[in-house]
Write a protein that binds this ligand. Structure first.
Ligand code: APR
Ligand code: ZN
Length: 262
């Protein structure tokens, strides 16, 4: 149960914000049926992502990486954006949020209608693949049948380079343009809103502190404690859907709980 006083404080902080930056983690997508990484029993523990250098080093590791990927994709096939994904997309479209920085690879922010130019994916996107040599995009629905028929990890149609899911694996270089954009937004924010992240993976987890150091208020909405809770101006402990349920963010006449804002 999310304490009503915390919900109201969350509501007021967002309503007062004019340069909101939203930062999301896997916890936002669990209510859409996509498992997060560190909740005990997560299927990701049985299908840990293969580190980048292992992927590069051996064909066997590449095969295993693709096997795990398709297993995990099946576990949340057909996942749809939650009401909170859609609310966040509204914040961006209305101009309340200057940017949305996600660690998630599930593409649900795009599905919810978040404008592409206001969305940064720090850890890439798992809904397509790219060639590690020439960058050519490859579609999963083309790769998968060939992989399942031959057992061979996909190679680039163009240059025969190794093809990998377009996610950023541990040990892989972070996307520079995405990091620069996320850093810029964090420095401009007047409110940095973290939703559903354990804030243990760097450099992403530095961004809330960058925002704070540049004058932003920091709000964390999360079921568990995070290392940055002590730095936060507000911690809303509990389920994300519940934290936002019924809150209406229409300017300014509305003070709080609307009959069914979401
Ligand atoms: N409501 C509130 N909090 C939730 C909910 C929910 N419905 N579901 C999960 N959580 C919380 C969990 O308690 C956890 O603290 O969300 C957090 C998710 O943390 P992680 O699983 O660590 O996910 P994330 O922070 O996004 O991981 C960062 O680690 O493995 C890498 O690249 C991967 O992007 C990922 C990065
Ligand atoms: Zn190529």
């Amino acid at each position: 149960m999310v304490a009503p006083a915390l919900r109201l404080a969350l509501h007021d902080a967002v309503l007062a914000s004019r340069r909101l930056v939203i930062f999301t983690g896997a916890g936002l997508s669990t209510e859409s049926g996509v498992p997060d990484f560190r909740t005990p029993g997560s299927p990701w523990t049985a299908n840990k992502p293969i580190p980048f250098e292992a992927f590069i080093a051996s064909a066997e590791a590449r095969r295993e990486a693709w096997r795990r990927k398709f297993t995990m994709d099946d576990s949340f096939a057909g996942a749809k954006p939650s009401p909170v994904h859609r609310l966040l997309a509204d914040f961006v479209r209305e101009g309340r949020a200057i940017g949305l920085v996600t660690q998630n690879i599930d593409g649900l922010h795009q599905q919810a209608g978040t404008p592409a130019e206001k969305l940064v994916e720090l850890h890439g996107n798992g809904t397509y693949a790219t060639c590690l040599d020439c960058g050519m995009r490859h579609e999963l629905h083309v790769i998968r049948p060939v992989f399942e028929a031959t057992g061979r990890a996909p190679r680039c149609e163009d240059c025969d380079g190794p093809v990998k899911s377009a996610t950023i694996s541990f040990g892989q270089r972070m996307p520079e343009a995405a990091m620069r954009q996320a850093d810029r937004w964090s420095r401009e924010a007047d409110l940095f809103l973290v939703i559903g992240s354990s804030l243990v993976v760097h450099p992403a987890a530095q961004l809330p502190l960058v925002a704070k150091a540049n004058g932003a208020a920091l709000v964390i909405v999360n079921r568990e404690q995070t290392p940055l809770d002590p730095a936060a101006d507000l911690v809303v402990r509990g389920e994300i859907g519940e934290a936002f349920a019924g809150l209406s963010f229409q300017e300014p006449k509305d003070r709080g709980l609307a009959p069914s804002g979401l």
